[in-house]
Write a protein that binds this ligand. Structure first.
Ligand code: SF4
Length: 246
């Protein structure tokens, strides 16, 4: 018996298929990613920061690149106010690597004993001073790689020094900048380095000299860790944080 031709599979037209199988659209699990900032929005945010505070200053007191370097090394896990309290007297007697070495580790320790981890920090201050004399002609070097070789100095220290002492367009990411970068959605990242690179990518060059300070000050006084002051925040209309209170 001749075989019956196999039934041709009939493709449903898109409309029919849609009618036939109204499959529910699966809900995405987890929070939705916020829409990235447009270049115009980033420009607007930093224009507002600039208008409100055209010449932002860092809060770590220092007299020259060397004392800035020492102050930043001392500021790890300490507040700027606490560091300033100790360094005012220290820098009055030792504002160069030679003077610091002449003072000696024990005396340095005495000056900074109100700062956390002061024993280790005193050791680092002496060791970095010795290295500056031995390898860098008593000067703070001007590259990140060189600064990072100094005892107690990491990437954040290098970025602060390069920005504040030498006017480089670096972005030092501390706890405040890390929080602001993530919350606002300006530069989300799991590590300080990711946030640093994200911010460098989106912030226009015209703002980079002061961007680090604007973001630190924003995090320190407005976008507070526990209770952000969204109602007085300059960029509350642009911020992508789903939990913002405005
Ligand atoms: S709106 Fe609130 S969460 Fe967003 S940046 Fe401003 S203070 Fe921070």
């Amino acid at each position: 018996m001749p075989k019956k031709p196999a039934k041709k599979a009939v493709k449903a037209s898109p409309q029919r298929a849609a009618k036939k199988s109204p499959k529910p659209i699966p809900l995405k699990s987890g929070p939705q990613k916020p829409r990235p900032w447009t270049p115009a929005e980033v420009h607007e945010a930093f224009s507002r920061f600039r208008k409100a505070n055209p010449e932002p200053k860092g809060e770590l007191e220092h007299l020259n690149p060397y004392t800035l370097l020492v102050a930043v090394v001392l500021s790890a896990q300490a507040t700027d106010a606490g560091v300033n309290k100790a360094t005012r007297a220290l820098f009055a007697v030792a504002d160069t690597p030679q003077k610091m070495i002449a003072l000696g580790e024990e005396k340095v320790r005495e000056y900074i004993k109100t700062i956390g981890l002061y024993r280790n920090k005193a050791k680092n201050v002496i060791a970095l001073s010795e290295k500056l004399i031995a390898e860098f002609g008593d000067e703070v070097p001007r590259t990140r790689a060189e600064i990072e070789t100094l005892p107690g100095a990491g990437r954040k220290t290098a970025n602060v020094v390069l920005n504040m002492a030498f006017g480089e367009h670096t972005m030092a990411v501390d706890t405040h900048v890390f929080r602001v970068g993530n919350r606002t959605g300006l530069a989300p990242g799991n590590t300080p380095l990711e946030v640093e690179q994200g911010l460098e990518k989106v912030i226009p060059s015209e703002f980079m000299l002061h961007a680090h300070h604007w973001l630190i000050l924003h995090g320190r006084y407005t976008c507070l860790a526990r209770k952000p002051r969204c109602e007085v925040c300059l960029i509350n209309d642009l911020c992508r944080w789903p939990e913002k209170t405005v």
